[in-house]
Design a protein around this ligand. Sequence first.
Ligand SMILES: Nc1ncnc2c1ncn2[C@@H]1O[C@H](COP(=O)(O)OP(=O)(O)OP(=O)(O)O)[C@@H](O)[C@H]1O
Ligand SMILES: [Mg+2]
Length: 229
Amino acid sequence: MNSADTSRDTAVRVRNLRRTFEPGPVVALDDLSLDVAAGEFVAICGPSGCGKSTLLNMITCIDRPDGGTIDVFGRSLTRMNGAEADAYRANDVGLVFQLHNLLPHLTAIENVQVPMLGIASDRAERVRRAEELLDRVGMSHRLHSLPTTLSGGERQRVAVARAMANKPRLILADEPTGALDSITGERLLGLLVDLRDTMQVTLIVVTHEQGVAMMADRTIRMLDGRIDG
Ligand SMILES: Nc1ncnc2c1ncn2[C@@H]1O[C@H](COP(=O)(O)OP(=O)(O)OP(=O)(O)O)[C@@H](O)[C@H]1O
Ligand SMILES: [Mg+2]
């Protein structure tokens, strides 16, 4: 395999990542290196405060490292300027959080369209795509419901549809099942695995739950800002 193939098959390549926070300083990431293959589902586990969310924030380009490099599908995040980072976040990554973060005054189908604004200019096309995504996550019967009228699991399904809005190649989820009971959580994970299989996304999921880790292709344990083991 030549080097061009290697970069295409690697979704995320992290090298010697370091992030410290003042005061302290707290070393949140300590010389961390990691490769995630395209199409892989990686679960990240580890105790509270070990740096999981900090790592995800780096891969999302929400936060920048003090040292080290991050490449996503062969592009260097560490070299991106602010505008490039904004475009990367809008187009290339989908985010799912522990709490759905849906806009409370917008319906399910409107929430899914929010990331498309400014990217897909045709309203009919946005609506069609939002309907298709909500159908994929099993929510086509609640297109016009407000988030407050949905169950926790249903809200997370809408949040997953929203994360897929701009056809990202990478989905990052930080404790997506943390607020759900275990059966609802497993169903949500099943849905993410389904999307991985049908839409060829790469999945990185931070979780405390064994059940989630069981469904992943690989589980990475973190401890004190490093990969454990
Ligand atoms: N903005 C910040 N300012 C100061 N310290 C921070 C900041 N963000 C994170 N930290 C510290 O960095 C360390 C790693 O935090 P991080 O949120 O990445 O942990 P985590 O593994 O996601 O934990 P949890 O499982 O509780 O969500 C912690 O000690 C945390 O207090
Ligand atoms: Mg966290």
